[in-house]
Design a protein around this ligand. Structure first.
Ligand SMILES: NC(=O)c1ccc[n+]([C@@H]2O[C@H](COP(=O)([O-])OP(=O)(O)OC[C@H]3O[C@@H](n4cnc5c(N)ncnc54)[C@H](OP(=O)(O)O)[C@@H]3O)[C@@H](O)[C@H]2O)c1
Length: 327
């Protein structure tokens, strides 16, 4: 299956790890990166969802090859040759080809069970990826989660659990991949999925705190590791229509959440995956230390504009009454 947005082969030669790649945003991101030619390793605690993502990627790659063989591939533009070199190419670890570079338009997705909270499992994951592919160009820290609860009811244990998964798990993955793959290779990209809105996360105080920590971590590492050619960014996702989002929370919440977004709808997992692909591509080479908010403007306003109290009977936003000469 080809990407709806990017040309086939855009990420050929790159090796990516996507945590939480068995479901939701992580799954869609893994499929998109693979469709663009990256070799993708996904991890999570449950084998079943990981295996399903990998199988779906395999089917999509087969379909892409069949399309190519029939000369019907829609993934390349006129004159496109499939080489990855170009003006945006940076000399980073994605440039030289290597064990991960199969020359195919669609990359493979490999499932590996790993709990990102466990240091030994993270180390084993990184070892397995290096053994198999010899390099890691992109780490997508997507695995995460929390539970909805009034702050006064969050126990020390519950708070710690959310911090451990979202902050410590992200740190373990980031540190292992950077020190064992990206720093020795002279470059790489790390993208962490965090949360919008940033102006407080009532009902999820632990998660708001954890994601703020991760965003600051990305900003700090972007500075410290610039000397190694590593770019670090966060994508602050707004409310995204994943199965987890639509099924985990009380129905009143999922039913009204779209109405809290100025754009008037939930985001799609693809809209996060495309931002990851953009950052992974040469277009993202000068973007580092950024928090890119993808949320339909939810960070800036609660609900659609104009609010009922700020509109006339016809729904037109109120404006200041001025004499004609002043306009
Ligand atoms: N959907 C939204 O509206 C939204 C908005 C903003 C941010 N986000 C964030 O985006 C990420 C993906 O969200 P989603 O909606 O796609 O939810 P999801 O489907 O529940 O994805 C979370 C993934 O993380 C994995 N995971 C959880 N704990 C793990 C651990 N200890 N080690 C390894 N993997 C682990 C899960 O797999 P296993 O259970 O198999 O381990 C799962 O595949 C999360 O960090 C979420 O908080 C989501």
């Amino acid at each position: 299956m080809s990407s709806l947005v990017f040309r086939g082969g855009l990420l050929s030669g790159q090796v990516a790890i996507v945590s939480g790649g068995g479901s939701g945003i992580g799954r869609t991101t893994a499929l998109e990166l693979a469709a663009l030619g990256a070799q993708v390793v996904i991890c999570g605690r449950r084998e079943g969802p990981l295996a399903r993502t990998a199988a779906d990627a395999g089917r999509a790659a087969d379909a892409g090859r069949a399309e190519g063989a029939a000369g019907t591939s829609g993934t390349r533009g006129p004159g496109e040759t499939g080489e990855t070199g170009g003006p945006g190419e940076t000399g980073g670890p994605g440039d030289t080809g290597g064990p991960g570079d199969t020359g195919e338009v669609g990359g493979r997705v490999t499932p590996l069970v790993c709990d990102i909270r466990e240091e030994e499992q993270v180390d084993a994951l990184v070892s397995a990826v290096l053994e198999r592919h010899g390099r890691i160009d992109l780490l997508v820290n997507n695995a995460g989660g929390q539970f909805l609860a009034p702050a006064e009811q969050i126990s020390a244990r519950g708070f710690r659990a959310v911090m451990r998964l979202n902050v410590e798990g992200t740190w373990l993955m980031t540190h292992a991949v950077a020190t064992r793959a990206m720093i020795p290779a002279g470059g790489g990209k790390i993208v962490s999925v965090t949360l919008s809105p940033h102006n407080g996360m009532p009902g999820m105080a632990h998660s708001g705190a954890a994601r703020a920590a991760v965003e600051n971590l990305m900003r700090s590492l972007a500075v410290e590791w610039a000397r190694f050619g590593i770019r670090c960014n966060a994508i602050a996702a707004g409310q995204i229509a994943t199965e987890a989002m639509l099924s985990k929370y009380p129905s009143q919440i999922t039913e009204m959440v779209a109405s809290t977004i100025p754009a008037g709808r939930l985001g799609t997992p693809e809209e996060i995956a495309w931002m990851v692909a953009h950052l992974a591509s040469p277009a993202g080479d000068f973007t580092s230390g950024s928090v890119i908010t993808v949320d339909g403007a939810r960070d800036n306003w609660l609900g659609q504009w104009p609010p009922r109290w700020g509109a006339d009977a016809a729904g037109t936003p109120l404006s200041e009454q001025r004499p004609d000469s002043a306009v």
